[in-house]
Design a protein around this ligand. Structure first.
Ligand SMILES: CC(C)(COP(=O)(O)OP(=O)(O)OC[C@H]1O[C@@H](n2cnc3c(N)ncnc32)[C@H](O)[C@@H]1OP(=O)(O)O)[C@@H](O)C(=O)NCCC(=O)NCCS
Length: 434
C-alpha cells in the first residue's frame, strides 16, 4: 500500500532558486507529483550557478530538485499559456516565486488561476508582505536576514567585527520554503471542507521574522526595563534602545557560551558549547562535573540571578577548564552530569557521521552519469508508516514529452511546440541571415 501523505496531489511548480524549490522538493518527497516549469534553454537559475563542472548541474540545483519532473515551457507564448492553463486545470497546487508583478504580467495571477481552477491552491513567495514598504523589492537570502532582525542581532557586539552578520542557515530561503509548505498543507486541509483552493502568500521576511520571535521578546523586555540580564552586556555595559548583538549567548535565560578547546590554534571548529541551567539541582551537578563546588557556597554564583551578574567570571573559569580538553571529551565529561553541551561540528564532520545516514537525516541520491551519488538532507521529520524514497533530479526538460502527452497533445503538436519556441529555444539566426 502506498502510504505517501501527498499521494495523488499534483503540483505545478513555477519556482526557482531556493525558497520555492525547497518547498516543492519536500512536497515531492511526501509523495506529490511535482512538475517543474523551466524556461527553455535556461532552466532554473541554480542549474548553472556554482557548478563544479560546466557540463553538469550544480550541487546547488541538485540539493533542491530531487524527484521532480522538468517541463520546459515559455509561458509568455500563446501555446505556452495554453499548456500552462491545461496543467492548472488538473492541478491541486500552483506555486511561484517570480519577482513581484512578473506572474501577473504572464497572465497567471491568483485571480486568473482561481478562475481556471477554483480548487487549485495558489502559493506565492515574495520578499516582503504586501503591506510592506519594501513589497516591490526583489529578494535573496540576505535581503530577508537584514530586514527581519536576524542580521542586526547576530554577531559580535564590540570590536572590529561588530557588524550585522548573516546566519549560515538559510533563514530567508529554505526556511521560507518550509513555512510555505505549512501554508500549503493547511490550505489542502481547508479545501477538504470548503472544496475551494486558497491563496497562500509567504514572504521571506515573515518566515525569517518568525524565527526571530525571541528577539521581539527581548525588545519588549528592553523597552520595559532597559537591560537584558542574559546578554553578555549585562550588568556592566550600557544597552541601546534596540536589541544588540550578543555573540554566542544562549537564546533563553540559561547561561550558555562557546568555549575554545584543545587544538583551537589549528582547527577553527575546536569549540564546545556548554550551558549552565538555572535550577539549583542542575547547577549543583554541573559544579560537581566541572570541579567547581566552591561556587555552591559563594553568593556571587549560587543563585541563577547572581550568575547572570557574574557571567564573565563564569565564562573565564569554564574557558580555563575547557582549553586543554578535546571538544568530544568535554561532552563525555559533562553530559553524564546532565549538563547540556555539544561539540561545534564542521560540515565535513557532519557529513562523515555514519550514524546520520539513517534513511532520513542525511541521504544519498544516485543521480547517475558523471555525477553519481551525492549526499543531501532528507525529509527533516519522520512519519510512522511512511518512508520517503529519494530519486534523482531531472535534466532540463526531461519530462516535457511525457507531461505534454499526459495532457492529450499529439506527437505532431509536441513537435510544433519544440519548433516554435514554446518548449525549446528557437534556433539562433546566423548573423548573415538577419
Ligand atoms: C529571485 C529573484 C530576485 C530573481 O529575479 P529575476 O532575476 O528578475 O528573475 P525572475 O525569475 O523573477 O524573472 C525573470 C523573468 O523571467 C520570466 N520567466 C521566468 N520563467 C518563465 C517561463 N517559464 N516562461 C516565461 N517567462 C518566464 C519572468 O516572467 C520574468 O520576466 P520579466 O522580468 O519580463 O517580468 C526574484 O524572482 C524574486 O525576488 N523572487 C521572490 C523572492 C524569492 O523567492 N527569492 C528567491 C529566494 S531563493
Amino acid at each position: 500500500m502506498n502510504t505517501a501523505p501527498l499521494q495523488g496531489i499534483k503540483v505545478v511548480d513555477f519556482t526557482n532558486v531556493q525558497s520555492g524549490p525547497s518547498c516543492t522538493q519536500l512536497l515531492a518527497w511526501l509523495g506529490a507529483e511535482v512538475i517543474k516549469i523551466e524556461r527553455p534553454g535556461k532552466g532554473d537559475a541554480t542549474r548553472n550557478e556554482l557548478q563544479f563542472d560546466p557540463n553538469e548541474p550544480s550541487y546547488y540545483f541538485l540539493q533542491l530538485n530531487s524527484d521532480k519532473k522538468s517541463l520546459t515551457l515559455d509561458a509568455a507564448t500563446p501555446d505556452g499559456k495554453a499548456i500552462l492553463t491545461k496543467l492548472i486545470e488538473g492541478a491541486d497546487i500552483f506555486i511561484e516565486n517570480l519577482h513581484p508583478g512578473a506572474m501577473d504580467k504572464l497572465g497567471f495571477s491568483w485571480e486568473e488561476v482561481h478562475k481556471i481552477n477554483p480548487r487549485c491552491i495558489y502559493g506565492t513567495i515574495k520578499g516582503f508582505p504586501v503591506s510592506s514598504k519594501f513589497a516591490n523589492l526583489k529578494a535573496y537570502e540576505p535581503v530577508a536576514q537584514v530586514t527581519a532582525a536576524a542580521a542586526s542581532t547576530t554577531g559580535w557586539w564590540e570590536g572590529d567585527n561588530a557588524v550585522p552578520t548573516q546566519s549560515g542557515a538559510a533563514l530567508g530561503d529554505s526556511n521560507t520554503g518550509m513555512h510555505m509548505t505549512i501554508g500549503l498543507l493547511a490550505a489542502l486541509q481547508q479545501r477538504e471542507r470548503t472544496g475551494v483552493g486558497s491563496f497562500v502568500y509567504q514572504s521571506m521576511h515573515n518566515a525569517c521574522l518568525n524565527l526571530c520571535r525571541i528577539k521581539t521578546r527581548d525588545q519588549l523586555t528592553l523597552d520595559r526595563i532597559g537591560y537584558l540580564t542574559q546578554y553578555p552586556q549585562y550588568p556592566n555595559q550600557k544597552f541601546p534602545d534596540y536589541v544588540p548583538r550578543s555573540g554566542n549567548q544562549e537564546g533563553s535565560g540559561v547561561l550558555g557560551w562557546t568555549y575554545k578547546c584543545k587544538g583551537w590554534e589549528t582547527d577553527p571548529n575546536a569549540y564546545a558549547y556548554i550551558i549552565l541551567q538555572r535550577g539549583a539541582k542542575d547547577f549543583e551537578k554541573a559544579c560537581a562535573a566541572l570541579g567547581f563546588e566552591d561556587w555552591l557556597t559563594n553568593p556571587d554564583f549560587n543563585t541563577a540571578d547572581a550568575r547572570d551578574r557574574h557571567k564573565q567570571e563564569i565564562y573565564a573559569r569554564i574557558q580555563a577548564w575547557a582549553i586543554d580538553k578535546d571538544k568530544y571529551e568535554i561532552v563525555d565529561l559533562l553530559a553524564p552530569a546532565g549538563v547540556p553541551c555539544a561539540p561545534v561540528l564542521s560540515t565535513k564532520e557532519i557529513m562523515n557521521d555514519e550514524s546520520l545516514y539513517d534513511g532520513n537525516t542525511l541521504v544519498k541520491i544516485n543521480q547517475g552519469g558523471n555525477i553519481g551519488e551525492f549526499v543531501t538532507v532528507g525529509v527533516p521529520f519522520t512519519i510512522s508508516d511512511y518512508q520517503p524514497t529519494y530519486g534523482p533530479c531531472p535534466d532540463l526538460g526531461e519530462n516535457t514529452v511525457e507531461v505534454l502527452t499526459s495532457l492529450g497533445y499529439t506527437p505532431e503538436q509536441i513537435e510544433t511546440f519544440k519548433a516554435n519556441g514554446t518548449t525549446a529555444p528557437l534556433p539562433k539566426v546566423p548573423e548573415n541571415n538577419k
